[in-house]
Design a protein around this ligand. Sequence first.
Ligand SMILES: Cc1cc2nc3c(=O)[nH]c(=O)nc-3n(C[C@H](O)[C@H](O)[C@H](O)COP(=O)(O)OP(=O)(O)OC[C@H]3O[C@@H](n4cnc5c(N)ncnc54)[C@H](O)[C@@H]3O)c2cc1C
Length: 579
Amino acid sequence: MLLPVHYLTSYLTAVVLLGSVVTAKSYCQPTQPCWPSVKQWKALNASTNHRLIQVTPLARPCYLNITSDECGLVQSIYYDAAGRTDSPGASFWTNYETCGNKDCVMDLLVPGLVVGPGSCELGRLSPYALVASSPKDISAAILFAKRYNIKVVIKNTGHDLQGRSSAPGSLLIWTHEMKHKKYYPRFDACGAYNQPAIAIGAGVQGLEAYTFADSVGVTIPGGHCPTVGLAGGWFSGGGYGFMTPLYGLGVDNVLQVTLVTADGVTRVLNSCSPDRELFWAIRGGGGGTWGVVTEVVFKVYPQQALISFDFEYTVSADATSANATSLLKDFITTLAAMQPRMMALNGSASAVLSNYQVAGGYVIPGKNLSAIPKAFSPLTSFFARWNGLLTGNHTITPLEKFIDILPIASKWDSELSGVSARMSSRLIPKSLFNSTNSISKLADAILEGYALNIPPGSPQSQVPLLASLPIFIVMEGPYNHQDNSETAIHSAWRDMYWFVYYQNGWTKNLAELAPIVSSAVSVAADPLRALTPGFGTYFNEADVDEKDWKSAFFGENYDRLLKVKKKYDLYFILMILMG
Ligand SMILES: Cc1cc2nc3c(=O)[nH]c(=O)nc-3n(C[C@H](O)[C@H](O)[C@H](O)COP(=O)(O)OP(=O)(O)OC[C@H]3O[C@@H](n4cnc5c(N)ncnc54)[C@H](O)[C@@H]3O)c2cc1C
């Protein structure tokens, strides 16, 4: 049986990903006699240069003393994505710190209990973590876990939206402190490239990589979020970002990966290494399952000017529900009609829309400001058409280089961390953009999903934080990058225009909403699933209850990936849910 992540018990871990061979595998748990003694943990600590720590949940100081200075500090960063990444005892979403009714989670958003009920417990967090600094100590930790049949979990930032970087009773390998960076004016892994590249350690986060690239005068591909780790889940799951239309996905830009596999061996993977199949698998087959990455070498590009067109409009509270739906349908249709022109300009974009707002932005490489008004006239006409119901503005900003877009994009890109949440999503094929009829069907399906996620009158529609959750549309695919089986990314990525997703959530004081919103957000993608049969989704930002997950996440690559998995981790020591 396939167990959803939130139903996992402490004693039995569902092994569903790449695991048709085993439906469930038991790992040794802290309450069992097989669990290593304190002396044995101390021996591991000594053999890893004293890099082993006991994991403390982020909120523990507040459970101990709500008025302490330490608790004040925790409260100040509790909803801050960056602050959370600095703690091995935190995840981006708190449901991935929770196991059943065991957790150590706070709720500062809804007045009521700040901590509790219950005591501070590890929940899904690992009892011990290796604060990784080198392949050598990672290897020692993996072999220790293998010896005692303990599940290994790898965490970089904890931003994983499917909870793949935490698991109860596991040994955590925390790569956050592996922050080295090196610029190569010419990098030549196999004689095929010999161009500039940057090597980054497994713990380097988006902004750190962009800032370093900027300091040596180049641009490194990355995601929108400054705190996502580029060398962990982002690249291995695919990795889209502002530069994807121009330079391809994260996986298209990886020249070399160094990782420690489940046998404790450090391997350098590139297109001419003996482990080429593993190099293929890790570029699209997901994080956490092939080994512990210690370093990734990315292609880099010359810095270049670009133009941003960003917009932020509020939908009037006077809009009737029918008016708001017509407005949103017109908005989606307008964006879809602009898609071919934006692709020709190598433009990337994302938008959020709800009954309360339409916001987002485009980034166009180049300096040709005079072309902008015409390129964006469909959108400016839309704003004018709905002048009576929309209040806001749009701004055109010439920028010197890619890093300058981050402060602008943060206006439409921010997502709430420190709460519990779920999502569902779908990649949208090019073919749906061929006619006004199919675009209309696409817009209807997107809006149907919105209504399923937050039905009028539902409990979630009564909570302002949840009622205002938007639909997210990402309009940046690897439009001009074919794959030729170089990577394991789902082939749907090579045939898509958009990526659409929904989110929903709950807080500790609204825990009774968890099953309601989890099921609502899961079915929200059904209209898009029905409209795009056989297509897929981006499994880094997907539904943990995706029914057709093998096909939706991995497509035709699943069997080949499973073969690689069995070759490099036969005992499934590195195991995550559906990834
Ligand atoms: C706010 C936000 C914005 C986002 N924006 C984008 C975006 O613009 N583009 C995009 O493509 N995605 C985006 N994502 C999704 C993001 O790519 C995934 O959440 C990704 O899994 C995060 O990777 P991480 O390493 O930072 O997180 P983690 O939770 O630490 O890890 C994610 C997965 O990778 C594995 N992993 C981590 N480090 C290693 C390692 N060293 N070796 C092997 N496996 C490892 C983990 O085990 C886990 O399975 C966003 C997510 C968030 C929360």
